[in-house]
Design a binder for this molecule. Structure first.
Ligand SMILES: Nc1ncnc2c1ncn2[C@@H]1O[C@H](COP(=O)(O)OP(=O)(O)OP(=O)(O)O)[C@@H](O)[C@H]1O
Ligand SMILES: [Mg+2]
Length: 325
């Protein structure tokens, strides 16, 4: 039974793809929880399995190559991996919404902003009168900080800036008043000022709506700005998970320490070189026995090459998969 405050629980999820060169496990036995009203960050380098985790939760993996091999994903008290497709369909979009990684491809270039938003309202609330759909669409655009929303309704995606397009996508994701919003790198394509405006908007919307957010990014700096808790992923596994403050104060996993050392800080002297983690992420086709970080780890020991370390509790809500602990 789940604790009442837990909205989503991912348990031992394994997701794999069949490829020309064999089957690879993009996500390999990961577990984490999302509580009500929480903003949970998932962070890690490109290819570590962040988007695949999100797509697994929504059961939107590319078919037929991507499959969930094992694990459970509880939404409230239901294991959504066991739901028939039509039930899953109503959870997706309605209860769990997602903002996808590529904002350009997510909007339809031949329809106005208004039409796309109204369609979503119509889909989720088929009995809502047209006038009300129009009003709610305008109100939602206003809420996500789009100036002069009435006239924006009649514009096409290419007529507005990248930052505004991202706001429209957030509006579309919010139309159904979801319990969970999954935002996959929603700010990566934007310049820094716009990025921080969008982050502020997400925090504000979380407070107003009470929804929980899973925020996916490769930047720990972004995590520090908006998240309550964080899951650090490495090569398809969870390396460490903790409340954000705790992770920044007492990082445990050598990979997390390396990531933290590579965040530029205002106070650090200009000349001091940012440390970057040496070496390469192992290919999913040639994973080492044991810990996947061993070839880059400054603290690697003999045991690290025997079998993968499991996730161990080192403090309240702080878990790390490393033989040092
Ligand atoms: N459709 C697919 N077919 C085969 N392999 C895939 C497919 N989609 C993803 N992968 C592989 O799964 C792994 C995880 O990919 P994923 O997209 O989750 O990474 P990510 O952490 O989101 O990276 P990024 O930060 O670049 O978005 C990668 O090695 C990727 O090549
Ligand atoms: Mg991704």
């Amino acid at each position: 039974m789940l604790k009442d405050s837990i909205l989503l629980k991912v348990e031992n999820l394994v997701t794999s793809f069949s490829t020309e060169n064999g089957r690879i496990r993009a996500v390999d036995d990961i577990s984490f929880e999302l509580r009500e009203k929480q903003i949970l960050g998932i962070v890690g380098e490109s290819g570590c399995g962040k988007s695949v985790t999100a797509l697994s939760i929504l059961r939107l993996l590319p078919k037929p190559s991507g499959i969930i091999e094992s694990g459970k994903i509880f939404f409230k008290h239901t294991d959504i991996l066991r739901l028939p497709p039509e039930k899953m369909h109503s959870i997706r979009g309605n209860r769990i919404s997602m903002i996808f990684q590529e904002p350009m491809t997510a909007l339809n270039p031949v329809h106005t902003i208004g039409k796309q938003l109204e369609e979503i309202f119509h889909l989720h609330f088929p009995n809502m009168p047209k006038k009300q759909i129009r009003d709610e669409s305008v109100e939602l655009l206003q809420k996500v900080g789009i100036p002069d929303p009435e006239s924006r309704m009649n514009e096409y995606p290419h007529q507005i800036s990248g930052g505004m397009r991202q706001r429209v996508l957030i509006a579309i994701a919010l139309a159904a008043k979801p319990d969970i919003l999954i935002a996959d790198e929603p700010t990566t394509a934007l310049d820094v000022t716009i990025q921080s405006q969008i982050l502020d908007l997400m925090i504000q919307l979380q407070k107003e709506t009470g929804m929980a957010i899973i925020f996916i990014t490769h930047a720990l700096g972004v995590i520090a700005e908006i998240c309550d808790d964080v899951v650090v992923m490495y090569a398809g596994k969870v390396a460490e998970t903790a409340p954000v403050k705790q992770l920044f104060k007492e990082p445990k996993h050598p990979y997390t320490k390396g990531l933290l050392a590579s965040i530029p800080r205002l106070e650090s002297p200009r000349k001091k070189k940012l440390s970057i983690i040496k070496g390469m992420v192992p290919s999913l086709y040639e994973l080492p026995q044991g810990c996947r970080f061993q070839n880059r780890c400054p603290d690697a020991m003999e045991i690290c090459s025997t079998r993968p370390p499991s996730l161990k509790r080192v403090a309240d809500d702080h878990f790390v998969s490393c033989y040092l602990y």
